[in-house]
Write a protein that binds this ligand. Sequence first.
Ligand SMILES: Nc1ncnc2c1ncn2[C@@H]1O[C@H](COP(=O)(O)OP(=O)(O)OP(=O)(O)O)[C@@H](O)[C@H]1O
Ligand SMILES: [Mg+2]
Length: 304
Amino acid sequence: MARGVYEQSLHAFTGSRDGSPVAAFSAPLPPQRLVGTASGAPALANSRDVSTPRLRLDRVTVDFGKRRHPAVDDVSLSIAAGEFVALLGPSGCGKSTLLNVFAGFRAPTRGHVYLDEQPHLGPSARCGVVFQRHSLFPWMTVVENVAFGPRRLGLRDPLGIARELLDLVGLGDVSEAWPSSLSGGMQQRVGIARALATKPPVLLMDEPFGALDAQTRSLMQEELLSIWDRLRPTVVFVTHDIEEAIFLADRVVVMEALPGRIAREIQIPFPRPRSHDIFDQQAFIERRREIADIIRVEARKSFR
Ligand SMILES: Nc1ncnc2c1ncn2[C@@H]1O[C@H](COP(=O)(O)OP(=O)(O)OP(=O)(O)O)[C@@H](O)[C@H]1O
Ligand SMILES: [Mg+2]
């Protein structure tokens, strides 16, 4: 059975297996310098070197043994340091299962998971996790929630780290508040600050904005990109929302259902920083249509 959300949060902060509680983010990259490629086409200066993946799945299958098909079937995927990957697909195609494998919460039935090319065998402080519904501890103030990870890892000045992160997400002025007194968007920002407080090189997000209204969601997307631009963690972002995936990601991985496999990987060419204006561009519309066509077919397969 999947672990409770609080328990997963606890494991994310305490499950370091390698004795090195804190890993630095990948070095910040310069903003959107365009460089030439061999083909003459411009490429982003921060294009990723996929030959040295930060995260790698090697033929991963997760079979809960309850259905005819495994939830995830023979999936291989490499994600480079600093890359932003969106995982998209119809309900039940195995997105959360894959994210839990990345987080070390769920061991694959077959196949292997690597973090920086080392076997990734369980929850680790090197992976921050943000869930759809914020998983803040209701018995702690906002700043104590964010300080929780640094405190558990024995870092110096956990409250100072927490305040810095709260400033980063624009919530420095509510640090002494209780989570229940904040709006849904603010709670999710605290959740992001908490996931980032141990400076994990990897940020795993499972529909983090799924419960927010459209306006807040759109602001949160911009906020996330701005945080990512400053810190450059490797992000795996699960979403149902095609536009959100294209807006945020360097690469959209579209999954098919029954069994859960990768249907297609689509590179997203828009330079950064991005604004929601790209929604009107022809390249955006074409990718949206391409992805929607795949998902429509896959959703029908699993809609029984
Ligand atoms: N703990 C579990 N035990 C048994 N089956 C499970 C378990 N967790 C997930 N599944 C099954 O695995 C499949 C994939 O589930 P998963 O939650 O990963 O899908 P998802 O793509 O995240 O769906 P959604 O978009 O609705 O969140 C589903 O058929 C689900 O019923
Ligand atoms: Mg899910």
